[in-house]
Design a protein around this ligand. Structure first.
Ligand code: NCD
Ligand code: ZN
Length: 375
């Protein structure tokens, strides 16, 4: 029988078929998870999405790609306060702030913010590689002083790992980034803690598996569920467009194997990236999938399909905290086996309460089999 330390298993059925033993469960209790990569935005969108993330995740690494981006300690402190103001009272949630790296940002700012406990990490967007990355880094090799400082103080570097060369095919941009930039970076700065964010390729999985323990990777729910066909299924489906863009099926399968492997280098990062419907359904639609609404349920479905529900807790609640050197959350959270229809939209309201826009959640109109039990 299974012996799972922190799982409560209520067995629905168990049967012996030949040598295989099938167990299905209707309730799963795990240590409260954290989201190691999320976009909470600002203003009306922040008001709509903050509680969605905070009701499930104990902590979240908050992306700094606002407009203008978070490049100073003061901006991060103010943004953290706006996030806390948007979280309903009674919910314990810790936003972990990040600094947005530019060509000009000073190592002193990073060091001061990190030592004061304001910046948990710094985010590298190659310039023009994704949403609000036009202030990002134009030449990664030109800012070695940042890497030296971060390596010395133990500040994690979070990387959007896509080359920003429009001559390179969009489906190859992650692979080429790894070869051209990541491999030399971690060779030259062996003690730098690096997270390759939202990985989408088999090459990224293999690279992380072959590297030392200072390199980790986050994996999103959507890259575990969809391949690139989803974007073109019967028409252009902007709700499935994100960056890095979903790849071929064999890449999705490699990501599923990595996420459910239990290996400590892979951990949960939703990359929930809300854009209002009018910005998605547009001649130049924004990249980003808003998956926070049922992110944990979405992951649980994948883990169950892969026969690895016992590995969900390491991926969601342990590996990331260990990588960041943080303690595990003390609360637990339960998922119940309940088939439920995912709503079509989330409303965005202005401060007067008028409906101004909508967000479309990942899995909208589909059924999910797990449901987070809210207190
Ligand atoms: C993100 C966003 O909208 O901020 N978009 C996305 O497609 N993932 C930016 C990012 O993480 O690349
Ligand atoms: Zn992101």
């Amino acid at each position: 029988m299974w012996a799972l330390a922190s799982f409560e298993l209520n067995l629905l059925k168990s049967s012996c078929k030949g040598d295989s033993f099938e167990v299905s469960i209707d309730r799963l209790t795990i240590i409260q998870p954290d989201d190691w990569h999320v976009h909470l935005r600002d203003g009306e969108i922040l008001s709509a999405v903050a509680s969605i993330t905070a009701r499930v995740f104990g902590r979240a690494i908050v992306m700094p790609n606002l407009h203008p981006p978070i490049t100073s300690v003061d901006q991060a402190l103010k943004y953290r306060q706006r996030i806390m103001n948007a979280v309903p009272p009674g919910i314990a949630f810790t936003p972990l702030m990040t600094a947005y790296l530019t060509d000009e940002i000073s190592p002193k700012v990073l060091e001061a913010g990190f030592l004061q406990g304001v910046f948990t990490a710094a985010k590298l967007y190659p310039a023009n590689s994704t949403t609000n990355s036009n202030d990002g880094v134009t030449d990664i090799r030109a800012i070695n002083s940042l890497w030296e400082t971060m390596e010395r103080i133990g500040m994690p570097l979070l990387i959007h790992g896509e080359i920003n060369d429009i001559e390179v095919d969009i489906f190859d941009r992650e692979k080429i980034f790894i070869e051209r930039y990541l491999e030399p970076l971690i060779r030259d700065f062996p003690d730098l803690r690096v997270v390759l964010e939202h990985i989408t390729t088999e090459e990224a999985v293999q690279f992380v598996e072959a590297s030392h323990s200072k390199l980790g990777a986050t994996i999103t729910p959507h890259h575990l569920h969809i391949n690139r066909n989803a974007i073109f299924n019967g028409g252009l489906r902007s709700d499935f467009y994100c960056l890095p863009v979903a790849k071929r099926e064999h890449h999705r399968l490699a990501l599923r194997r990595a996420a459910t492997s239990g290996k400590s280098s892979f951990f949960l990062g939703t990359d929930s990236a809300p854009h209002v419907r009018s910005a998605k359904e547009n001649a130049c639609g924004c990249a980003g999938i808003f998956n926070a609404l049922h992110a944990l349920e979405s992951y649980a479905e994948v883990f169950e399909e892969e026969g690895a529900i016992d590995k969900l807790e390491s991926f969601a609640s342990k590996n990331g905290a260990d990588f960041y050197g943080l303690s595990l959350n003390t609360k637990t959270i339960s998922l119940i086996k309940t088939r439920h229809l995912v709503r079509d939209t989330i409303e965005i309201r202005n401060p007067r309460g008028d409906l101004v826009e909508q967000l479309v959640p990942f899995h909208a109109g589909d059924y999910l089999t797990w449901m987070v039990e809210l207190e």
